[in-house]
Design a protein around this ligand. Structure first.
Ligand SMILES: Nc1ccn([C@@H]2O[C@H](COP(=O)(O)OP(=O)(O)OP(=O)(O)O)[C@@H](O)[C@H]2O)c(=O)n1
Ligand SMILES: C[C@](O)(CO)[C@H](O)COP(=O)(O)O
Length: 408
């Protein structure tokens, strides 16, 4: 085994790899080898899956971007000789070297490795173009493991029961102990994997992945914790899942709300669900909680569902004196019924008095409880209007609010 570094400690637990270790100190000696020469027959769609659109760009663009974002500066991209357009597109990209694909994945990898022979590269991360959701965490963890070993690859322990089946019937159960689902990038010291692939080529055999090639040549391969999101696009339905993971389908909406109530007789005001002692009260059909009304309208606005008056008409006597949390709970439930999560709300109360800051923590807690979200997602703040206008003359209190809802 031509190894210029000591053999890895195969007993080392994968969890000991620090996922934050980056490439900064070894960018010139690490390359990604991305195999993109397959035909994607199982995925259908009329063209190989790596060229198909996914969440706003092509599958291949996400895959390349993942490695570039992780700090990899040199990429060998293996293309089918049939993909003329891709050859034309990538032939003059500065950080990409092209290699010709083979009949099998293993042959494609071997051709890609040949392009790295006699280069200063020491580590190679071999990755399926069809895994566009790979994270920097996984890329870095595989690379870091190569500081102490010759080979490392991400995998997830099998958690589902394993069956045998025939003719749509279960015919047996398999023991899943010690079984893993293999992912890429599979990382190797360059010399070691070139040697291993040469050995496979000599036998004329095939292998499902490069870990199999490496093990056949006697290499120990460390298992790195994989990522459930690092899925391989294989079948048509996998595109939807990948798009959800990449966030391309995320629906983010903002709404604003504004409300004013005038002062009248009374000895307290209710603001953002909290009674605050004051020398006057606020007048309104309901409890006149100007803060909750603004937040409620912001949520209705984000959903394009009109305003509070549409859902709770002031002409309806049943809302006379109503506690305003009813309105906000309704808006929150409407958001959830439409599939949105409430990301955050921000409300500013505009008044000279009462002073809001001492009550802001209780107001945040009250709004968080009504919306069933964490308090860190609720902001309540206040300003005066510098004694200008109706809040400045202490004729009433105004509130403005923003709400953000997200459908993942
Ligand atoms: N001769 C081959 C076969 C596969 N691959 C690449 O290997 C990765 C994983 O293979 P797979 O999911 O099996 O892709 P396809 O071979 O394209 O799919 P299918 O088997 O459905 O045709 C893909 O990025 C694919 O492009 C390759 O470069 N050369
Ligand atoms: C390399 C691989 O992605 C590991 O899971 C996989 O073996 C390649 O894809 P295939 O579907 O087995 O051809």
């Amino acid at each position: 085994m031509p190894a210029d570094t000591p053999l890895p400690d195969a007993t080392q637990p994968a969890a000991s790899v620090d996922p934050t270790v980056g490439f900064a100190h070894q960018m010139d000696t690490t390359a990604a080898l991305i195999v993109a020469a397959g035909r994607g027959t199982r995925a259908g769609g009329g063209m190989p899956k790596q060229w198909r659109p996914l969440a706003g760009k092509r599958v291949i663009d996400w895959t390349l971007a993942a490695f570039r974002t992780a700090g990899v500066r040199q990429i060998v991209l293996v293309l089918s000789p049939d993909d003329d357009q891709a050859w034309a597109e990538f032939s003059s990209v500065a950080d990409i070297t092209l290699a010709k694909g083979g009949q099998t994945r293993a042959q494609s990898v071997a051709n890609g490795l040949a392009a790295l022979k006699d280069s200063p590269i020491q580590k190679v991360l071999i990755h399926d173009a069809a895994r566009p959701c790979v994270s920097a965490r996984v890329i870095h963890a595989v690379s870091a493991a190569l500081d102490t070993g010759l080979a490392a690859a991400p995998a997830l322990p099998v958690t589902d029961a394993l069956w045998r089946g025939a003719e749509a019937k279960v015919t047996g159960t398999e023991d899943r102990t010690g079984l893993y689902g293999a992912q890429t990038p599979q990382g190797f010291r360059l010399d070691a994997i070139i040697f291993a692939h040469a050995a496979l080529a000599e036998t004329g055999g095939d292998a499902a992945d490069d870990v199999e090639v490496a093990r056949a040549a006697g290499l120990d391969v460390a298992i790195i914790p994989g990522d459930p999101d690092n899925m391989k696009i294989t079948r048509p339905e996998d595109f939807d899942r990948a798009a959800r993971i990449l966030g391309g389908d995320m629906d983010v909406r903002l709404g604003n709300g504004y409300d004013v109530h005038r002062f009248g007789a009374g000895d307290e005001v209710i603001l953002c669900g909290v009674p605050v002692a004051h020398d006057r009260g606020l007048q309104g059909h309901s409890d006149a909680d100007v803060g909750l009304h603004a937040i409620t309208d912001a949520l209705y606005g984000a959903l394009a569902e009109g305003d509070i008056g549409r859902h709770f008409p002031p002409s309806d006597p049943q809302w006379k004196g109503a506690a305003s949390d009813i309105f906000l709970r309704h808006a929150a439930e409407l958001a959830r019924s439409k599939g949105y999560q409430i990301s955050n709300v921000d409300c500013t109360l505009v008044c000279e008095f009462p002073k809001i800051t001492p009550h802001a923590p209780a107001m945040r807690a009250a709004v968080a409880e009504i919306l069933s979200i964490d308090i860190s997602r609720v902001s309540i703040k206040a300003t005066t209007s510098d004694r200008l206008g109706f809040p400045g003359r202490s004729e009433g209190i105004a509130a403005i609010a923003t709400a953000c809802v997200v459908k993942p």
